[in-house]
Write a protein that binds this ligand. Structure first.
Ligand SMILES: [Zn+2]
Length: 70
């Protein structure tokens, strides 16, 4: 189970993303530690360890910082 946060404000700028796991779903949900878009279906069946960071040097923010940046 992957914990997700819902993207709210940036939707108008970035649109809806395709799920990281290539399942074909569009998603508004993100895994904030890796900054990757993940759909709710894949979140149920995958683990955090399967997700690579969006960038190797991506600095993981605290959840509060991440939510503020949305
Ligand atoms: Zn998916």
């Amino acid at each position: 189970m992957i914990p997700l946060v819902k993207e709210e404000k940036e939707l108008e700028v970035w649109g809806i993303e395709k799920c990281y796991f290539k399942c074909g779903n569009n998603t508004r949900f993100w895994h904030w530690r890796t900054n990757q878009p993940i759909c709710k279906e894949c979140a149920k069946t995958h683990k955090v360890a399967e997700i690579e960071k969006c960038h190797p040097k991506y600095k993981v923010p605290t959840k509060a910082q991440y939510m503020n940046s949305l």
